[in-house]
Design a protein around this ligand. Structure first.
Ligand code: 3HC
Length: 313
């Protein structure tokens, strides 16, 4: 009989590959669109989830985002069974605690941050989280453009630190980027890959580079679309139609920019221009700056490249 108290290197390897002590209790800090989406898919896959926010209003908003999305999923998933469709959202919501108490991270196998894209705020948050957790907890960031090594700069547990980058809308987008820094341990990486798969995502691995895989390609592409429009080569509508019908993209660059948020894209670009001034693909188009200055942030503010209030363009 196998003696479970003794761990050989082979057994350790087998255990880490099979997701031994796999993650089943997750804390998501930040209940915006991304954090709520992550909480939803984690709970739907059977995890116990905490959503941590700074006030009741933000928690209520997170719960509303998740409820609405779960109802959309249920409508699709249980087309022919209205009673199952009706009970789906409440049954998943039961797995999620909405709280302002950061102390709940104590019992989590994974603490994932999805707060504002501010390096100092993220570093400060993880300092607090480290004090509240033990070294069995994995710490991860859903940052879209900040390097993980910078967020982990002051961490005493760099081997447990990684990036988990999800895509909007999280319940629909199948991809999860798993980012290891030079100090992330193989064990942490494997646990995150296993967890990502367990919540139904297709995981890809990327080094800790600006924008990882998707944003590194996507954001310069969006920029080229805006520059094309600024030069007067084609209208926003025609560029969008062209990329949807000519390249098979679900949204054109302007629809997607509005969907992601023009402030988010501007922030990513400004950080890259500052930190990598010699990279020719990192430029800030004037139109993007102007729209953000005017408060036109895309779908969420009612207008961006397109106008959503009047459903016009
Ligand atoms: N939750 C649950 N179900 C959803 C959903 C959501 N948030 N969004 C869509 N659905 C499901 C619903 O069943 C919906 O049917 P319903 O409207 O009757 O409820 C069905 O999908 C169809 O949805 P839509 O009619 O709204 O439209 P589409 O079929 O075009 O799908 C889309 C919407 C999935 C958003 C698609 O347009 C798409 O893939 N767009 C590209 C998104 C993309 O590129 N995302 C990545 C952005 S980059 C990023 O996030 C990284 C970050 O770091 C910046």
């Amino acid at each position: 009989m196998l003696n479970m108290s003794k761990t050989t290197p082979l057994l350790q390897t087998l255990r880490s590959f099979s997701g031994y002590r796999s993650i089943s209790n997750v804390s998501i800090i930040g209940g915006g669109l991304m954090g709520s989406g992550i909480a939803q898919v984690a709970a739907a896959a059977g995890n116990d989830v905490n959503v941590i926010e700074v006030n009741d209003k933000a928690l209520e908003k997170s719960k509303a985002i998740i409820t609405k999305s779960l109802e959309r999923v249920a409508k699709n998933k249980f087309k022919d069974d209205p009673s199952k469709a009706a009970s789906y959202a409440p049954s998943i919501l039961k797995k999620i605690s909405f709280t302002q108490d950061l102390g709940v991270v104590k019992g989590s196998g994974l603490v994932l941050e999805a707060i504002v894209e501010n390096l100092v705020a993220k570093q400060k948050l993880f300092k607090e989280v480290e004090l509240l957790t033990t070294d069995t907890t994995i710490l991860a960031s859903n940052t879209s453009s900040i390097q993980i090594k910078d967020i982990a700069l002051h961490s005493n547990r760099k081997d447990k630190f990684a990036g988990l980058h999800f895509f909007n809308p999280v319940p629909m987008m199948k991809l999860l980027e798993v980012i290891s820094t030079q100090e992330t341990s193989q064990d942490t990486y494997r646990k995150l890959m296993n967890w990502g798969q367990s919540i139904g995502k297709v995981c890809v691995t990327c080094k800790d580079t600006p924008g990882f895989i998707v944003n590194r390609l996507l954001v310069p592409y969006l920029v080229q679309g805006v520059l094309m429009y600024e030069r007067g080569d084609a209208s926003t509508t025609d560029i969008d139609i062209a990329m949807k019908l000519g390249a098979g993209y679900p949204m054109g660059p302007f629809e997607l920019a509005d969907y992601v948020g023009l402030d988010v894209i501007l922030f990513i670009l400004q950080g890259w221009v500052k930190n990598h001034p010699d990279n020719a693909s990192f430029v800030v188009p004037k139109t993007l700056e102007k729209l953000v200055q005017e408060g036109k942030l895309g779908v969420k503010s009612g207008s961006g490249f397109y106008n959503y209030d009047k459903k016009g363009k």
